[in-house]
Design a protein around this ligand. Structure first.
Ligand SMILES: *[C@@H]1O[C@H](CO)[C@@H](O)[C@H](O)[C@H]1NC(C)=O
Ligand SMILES: *[C@@H]1O[C@H](CO)[C@@H](O)[C@H](O)[C@H]1NC(C)=O
Ligand SMILES: *[C@@H]1O[C@H](CO)[C@@H](O)[C@H](O)[C@H]1NC(C)=O
Length: 402
């Protein structure tokens, strides 16, 4: 079920009198955080999907051993439900470029983005001289880290280059600009020239560049230009990006001008892809302990240490005992900061990263620590989008969904 409702974070089931007292507390995750979504995005074939769905651990036996979907006998039926979902949807851009849409594990609470199946089909379609662009949601701490350490591990594919999209507005916010509140008009600071504010925010971009380069991948920065950006501000970002080690940094106007506005970016990416000088380097090896992996990722955020709750300690101990410590890690962390606190802008350092709980998606193939207050069932916004959605009953057209 595609749900997003905080009341479902914790629920009680089995209250019918026929259930004879088998009452149990459980809860939902938002669909984009679900293990089935992660399996769909990480699988490589029908046979592999069948295996991963069957391997999903749904709980422990009284003896403390993992119980899987196949133990319950539901792995086959689940695969039947998912057999059409494994086929990506072919769509096109306004300019007729093919686009494969497939899966949507959010990058903050899951491993982030497009499926391996879609990437592989795309690579086959473009052939050896072609280019495939795939998305890794949010920044280098979230999307990129998981793309490299989880997705590339399972697909065996390696990126030739990474594109980091930056905007003057976001960098101003990271430089200490006024708080941005959804639904409120944007502060003037974001629409009038302030080169020093942009420059102050470039520490954030620089961290994203160096984190991405650490994988041995060339970085091209695409500055997504807004009409209010000034020449001096755009130059400041270009210079900061090159100083931080970007292979190239180009201003793009595709939002205003379509493909024509991204030609320079395309050329820069083509050059960067032709200049791969080293193999992909993972941030951690799989054979170290769960804690050592978490700590390696935390260091890449700028943390000086990691603090585990009692519950997290217990879970890590259990997963290690059950033989799951060789899996990669998928941190559920806010996307608004390198740290666990959304308000910490720029490039924070020296903080201690709190791990509240640790869960596992054994079928999908990762351990996922919950960092700080991150929830796998977010609440709706103050003004839920459903207010704007309706059906025109005369034409059966949907109104308000775009
Ligand atoms: C990738 O992640 C971002 C951030 O969670 C999300 O907005 C986007 O829809 C995801 N893309 C795909 C293809 O799942
Ligand atoms: C730029 O932003 C900083 C920080 O908000 C502010 O102190 C300064 O006055 C601004 N400068 C201009 C020219 O607006
Ligand atoms: C590759 O890029 C580096 C700079 O990052 C440059 O010095 C070198 O000449 C490039 N090589 C090729 C073959 O383009």
């Amino acid at each position: 079920m595609d749900v997003n409702d905080r009341f479902l974070r914790k629920i009680t089931v089995g209250q019918g009198p026929e259930e004879k007292g088998m009452v149990r507390e459980t809860g939902f995750d938002i669909s984009v955080a679900s293990e089935i979504m992660a399996v769909l995005a990480l699988t490589t074939s029908l046979a592999d999907m069948r295996e991963r769905l069957g391997k999903m651990v749904i709980g422990n036996s009284k003896a403390g051993d993992p119980v899987t979907a196949d133990d319950l006998g539901v792995g086959g039926a689940l695969t039947v439900l998912m057999k059409d979902a494994i086929n990506p949807t072919l769509m096109q851009t306004l300019e007729g470029t093919p686009v494969l849409l497939h899966a949507g594990p959010f990058a903050n609470i899951a491993h982030g983005n497009s499926s391996i199946v879609a990437d592989k089909i795309a690579l086959k379609l473009v052939g050896p001289g072609g280019f495939v662009v795939t998305e890794a949601g949010f920044g280098s701490d979230i999307g990129t880290e998981k793309f490299m350490n989880i997705k590339c591990r399972y697909s065996g594919l390696t990126p030739q280059c990474a594109v980091i999209v930056a905007t003057i507005r976001a960098l101003k916010m990271h430089g200490g600009g006024p708080e941005v509140v959804a639904g409120k008009p944007l502060d003037r600071a974001y629409t009038t020239e302030n080169v020093s504010l942009v420059e102050a925010g470039c520490v954030n971009l620089a961290r994203h560049i160096s984190n991405t380069k650490a994988y041995g991948v060339n970085v091209v920065v695409a500055v997504n230009m807004f009409a209010t950006d000034s020449e001096a501000e755009l130059n400041a970002v270009r210079n900061a990006a090159l100083t931080a080690g970007a292979y190239d940094a180009v201003v793009c106007t595709h939002h205003a001008h379509g493909g024509k506005g991204a030609v320079e970016l395309g050329i820069a990416v083509q050059k960067a892809c032709g200049n791969v000088t080293q193999p992909l380097k993972f941030l951690y090896s799989l054979d170290i302990s769960i804690k050592e992996k978490i700590e390696a990722i935390a260091r890449s955020y700028g943390a000086s240490g990691v603090e585990y709750s009692e519950q997290a300690e217990k879970q890590i101990e259990m997963y290690s005992r059950q033989g799951f410590s060789g899996l990669p890690i998928c941190m559920a962390k806010t996307q608004y900061s390198f740290s666990h606190q959304a308000s910490e802008k720029g490039a924070p350092t020296g903080f201690v990263l709190p791990i509240r709980d640790v869960k596992a998606s054994i079928g999908a193939g990762f351990i996922y620590p919950l960092v700080g207050a991150m929830s796998t069932m977010p609440g709706l916004p103050t003004r839920p989008c459903f207010y704007d959605i309706d059906l025109d009953t005369a034409t059966s057209k949907v109104i308000g969904l775009s």
